[in-house]
Design a protein around this ligand. Structure first.
Ligand code: PNW
Length: 483
């Protein structure tokens, strides 16, 4: 891959140089005619294009067919916790409209769809008796996807912890309950679903939920309980990997979706590149580093001191279970430079003028897609990488012609996919890209005030309308190239 791209790149450069030098040669295609995308931005054949969503953000049907409440139902129904008191009671009503959603996917031409399952639809109490109607829903969704030649990639847990589990992630029993849920679900769908992700974004459901109080369950606990909660979360992942392997046919692919902190070297020199790598390993120590190395690194244990998690025999071996792929959710990186501190790097803060998207935390730095892949691959050499989320919020408006011209989102996608292309062309094992998100949905504490979809959803009528970005993505997929 490396060689081919370099050669093509060389040719392109040579051709444009010749045009400049002679002063008389013109492109072969006349001006005003459609021109093919430059071949240097073409993705390899077989690259998987997809979209991502999550159960609580799109499904609605919160009380239907025996679904039990999750911590997000409780949190969103607690006054003052979400924007305007928004809840996921109805959301996009994908519980009823999933066939329409599969049509949207089909029209885009994606080959894959990343969705998540609501644990409390399948086990209303988190553990104990399963609810057949819950599993049935996902079985119908899977069949609909497969009938349309779209491969399902399923996340077992995207933050909607069953409310009935005592203490939620404060309890080690929740990790075990998760593994049982993983075993049951993958056993029943494993004949048709071959790609599973255990958990989504450890940081968000542990730190933001139990330390900062921004997400469900909205607690503000101290450092020792929080590090124990983080441990239970990664243990749940590890036990689930083992459970999935034991419950599914061989060849089933298991990974996770993790928003590892991404570090971009301020300048691409050896010392800053090394600083980015060091920062990646240390800053992700409680999560991805522990998974990839099967241990908590010394620097993390030192940093936590008396608050370090209590680890039982066998935990780290489970946590370090081999993965078939690592999924990375990538939004905003940090810039980093080498320095002579003990850790060997310093974060360079964003200036106030760093461009942002509609959510104030989405600062534009599209290099993050390249460095997310490179740092993780250089450190741990995973077998495969997926970008399991990337996308942005935009202040979408419907114009008088009924169109949503989200040129800023198109700019965002074009630039991020250009930088991801660099990683692919350098031979890093990036297998696919899931755009967040297929459609506007319940954006957690921001409720319906932030729109991340490439389809606009009118939350009164639930009508879905493709935005300009959907048209752009369809074209990129059709050409297998940045456009
Ligand atoms: C991810 N932050 O969440 C989630 O996986 C999605 O469910 C979510 O809709 C999407 O990104 C967009 O927000 C994040 O504040 C939410 O840094 C917040 C943050 C990061 C990720």
């Amino acid at each position: 891959m490396k060689g081919i791209t370099r050669r093509l790149f060389g040719k392109t450069v040579a051709a444009s140089a010749a045009a400049v030098i002679s002063g008389v040669s013109f492109p072969e295609v006349a001006f005003g005619q459609p021109q093919p995308a430059p071949s240097i931005l073409k993705y390899p054949s077989g690259f998987l294009w997809g979209c991502a969503t999550a159960a609580y953000q799109i499904e609605g049907g919160a009380r239907e067919d025996g679904r039990g409440p999750s911590l997000w139902d409780v949190f969103s129904h607690t006054p003052g916790k979400t924007h305007d008191g928004d809840t996921g009671d109805v959301a996009d009503d994908s519980y009823h409209l999933y066939k329409e959603d599969v049509k949207l996917l089909k029209a885009l031409g994606v080959s894959t769809y990343r969705l998540s399952m609501s644990w409390s639809r399948i086990f209303p109490n988190g553990t104990g008796e399963p609810n057949p109607k819950g599993l049935d829903y996902y079985s119908r969704v899977v069949d609909e996807l497969l009938a349309n030649n779209i491969t399902p990639y399923i996340t077992l847990f995207h933050w909607d912890t069953p409310a009935a589990l005592p203490g939620g992630w404060q309890s080690r029993d929740t990790s075990k309950a998760f593994a049982d849920y993983a075993a049951y679900t993958t056993k029943h769908l494993g004949d048709r679903v071959k790609h599973w992700m255990t958990t989504n974004e450890f940081h968000c459901f542990t730190n933001l939920g139990y330390r900062d109080g921004q997400f469900a369950p909205g607690l503000k606990l101290g450092p020792a309980p929080v590090s124990q909660i983080r441990h239970h979360a990664i243990l749940a992942h590890g036990l689930a990997v083992q459970a999935i392997r034991a419950s599914t046919p061989s060849g089933t692919q298991v990974g996770l979706a993790e928003n590892a902190n991404v570090f971009v070297p301020v300048i691409e020199t050896k010392e800053h590149i090394e600083a980015a790598r060091r920062a990646t390993r240390l800053d992700n120590a409680p999560f991805l580093t522990a998974l990839m190395e099967g241990k908590y690194i010394d620097a993390y244990l030192e940093q936590e001191g008396a608050n370090a998690p209590k680890v039982e025999a066998g935990d780290m071996a489970a946590i370090g279970s081999r993965l078939d792929f690592v999924g990375l959710n990538v939004y905003t990186p940090s810039f980093v430079r080498a320095d002579d501190s003990r850790q060997g790097y310093a974060i360079v803060p964003f200036p106030a003028s760093q461009p942002k998207m509609a959510s104030p935390w989405i600062l534009l730095a599209p290099e993050c897609l390249y460095w997310a892949v490179r740092n993780v691959c250089d450190l741990w050499k995973p077998q495969g990488i997926f970008i399991t989320e990337n996308g942005c919020s935009s202040d979408d408006v419907i114009n008088s012609a009924g169109h949503i011209d989200d040129v800023d989102r198109v700019m965002y996608l074009r630039n991020h996919l250009t930088h991801l292309h660099r990683a692919v062309s350098e031979g890093y094992p990036v297998k696919g890209y899931f755009l967040w998100s297929l459609m506007d949905n319940f954006e957690w504490a921001d409720g319906y005030s932030k729109r991340f979809g490439i389809h606009y959803v009118d939350f009164k009528t639930l009508k879905r309308t493709p935005k300009l970005s959907a048209e752009w993505y369809r074209e990129a997929i059709a050409r297998n190239s940045v456009v």
